[in-house]
Design a protein. Structure first.
Length: 396
């Protein structure tokens, strides 16, 4: 029961006011500790999502067992089916099929291209397969060109083929990637008579940095691809097909949606694409032991700190906004980026979306699993869109 104090004010019973104060303080401290614990996980996770890193790690060890055979530890990436690059400090080669297995190792075919693989050398297995540039890797003529936007000058490869006054393909590499990602696809595109522009974007090696020095997961990088589109159109392209791997697909989709020349996009090709960041970031957080609530908090932090608008990336939810035909090449066995959003988008827009599921392929490994089959699907779709002309004379 309340009582009147010395000055006539109604006060809580003696002892109750102090208890409420202590309870309130305890609740505030508990909330602060909870928020602090959540931020202690979410903040570094958010930083890790957008950090730029072009370092090289060699995480396996390999030895030659014959001039054309290499031995690597198993289980691991050496068990991947298909063909891959094997790289080490100062050298690389092309690694083919598994020819034998033993206790804790596999032996694969191997073609050295540069350097000598000494016994027990630290190596990495890479999906890129080729090193160098279009001429050194594939014997294709190309030009080093530069295009410009508000951040500065961006280097690119231009690989001419057929008639320059037709549809060009603009290839967008993935997060923290390199233009050499395109090398797996250039020979088939060249034979199909398609000129190809391989641009860079902000924070790439040799390209201007973003003002804040971090990746915006496609929410600003598309502007650099828009500038590349202008360069292509200014140099003879009638229209363009945008193509991207993984986050490169995210960037290509944003350019197709937001560029001032989006009306000149004839189609979009996506390999293992990120079609919604929510799905990818939550699944990767789970794989890394980051609780869902902290992963969602990290996305809120990225919105507040860098203005990244995740709703723009949710293409299954935005399916009615699609304007250009889309080819998606992906696999159920991609353990890095799920193909579930691809299936949702294809089901909602069967009039525009063609989904090619590639059995047994890991992330961006469709070509590595079956180069001829992959190229056949790609060129057939481009030809159906009137973008490729396989009978066209090829330059270079």
């Amino acid at each position: 029961m309340a009582y009147k104090g010395d000055r006539g004010r109604w006060l809580p019973p003696p002892g109750l006011g102090g208890g409420l104060a202590r309870l309130t303080i305890g609740v505030v401290v508990l909330l602060a500790a909870t928020v602090g614990m959540a931020l202690s996980v979410a903040w570094p996770y958010a930083d890790n999502l957008v950090k730029i890193g072009h370092g090289v790690a060699y995480y396996e060890r390999a030895s030659l067992v014959a001039p054309d055979r290499v031995r690597l530890p198993s289980p691991g990436e050496a068990d991947w089916a298909g063909r891959f690059e094997l790289a080490w400090d100062g050298g690389y080669g092309e690694m083919g099929a598994i020819v034998s297995r033993g206790d804790g190792f596999v032996v694969r075919t191997f073609t050295p291209r540069q350097g000598t693989l000494a016994p027990n050398t630290p190596v990495r297995v890479d999906t890129y397969y080729y090193e160098g540039d279009p001429r050194s890797a594939l014997g294709l003529d190309f030009q080093n060109v530069t295009y410009h936007d508000e951040l500065g000058d961006f280097p690119a490869w231009y690989v001419p083929a057929g008639d320059a006054r037709t549809t060009w393909l603009i290839f967008v590499h993935g997060h923290n990637g390199y233009p050499k990602e395109s090398l797996r696809y250039l020979r088939a595109l060249h034979a199909a008579g398609m000129p190809v522009l391989v641009p860079t974007y902000r924070n790439d090696v040799g390209a201007p940095a973003s003002p804040d020095g971090v990746s915006h997961l496609g929410d600003t990088e598309w502007q650099d691809i828009e500038a590349a589109m202008h360069w292509a159109l200014d140099h003879g392209a009638r229209d363009v097909v945008l193509a991207g791997l993984s986050m490169g697909g995210t960037i290509a989709m944003q350019a197709a949606d937001r560029a001032d020349v989006k009306g000149r996009v004839r189609g979009v090709v996506l390999d293992s694409p990120v079609l919604t960041w929510d799905d990818v970031l939550l699944s990767q957080a789970a794989m890394g032991g980051v609780p869902t609530i902290q992963a969602r908090l990290a996305m809120v932090l990225l919105r507040l700190r860098y203005g990244i608008d995740f709703a723009r990336f949710d293409w299954p939810a935005r399916s009615q906004d699609l304007k250009a035909p889309i080819l998606i090449l992906h696999s159920d066995e991609d353990g890095y980026v799920s193909d579930k959003p691809d299936k949702q988008l294809a089901a909602r827009r069967p009039d525009l979306v063609t989904l090619e599921l590639l059995k047994g392929a890991g992330h961006t490994q469709g070509w590595n699993m079956d180069p001829a089959g992959y190229e056949r699907r790609l060129v057939a779709w481009l030809t159906a869109q009137g973008a490729a002309h396989p009978s066209a004379p090829a330059d270079g």
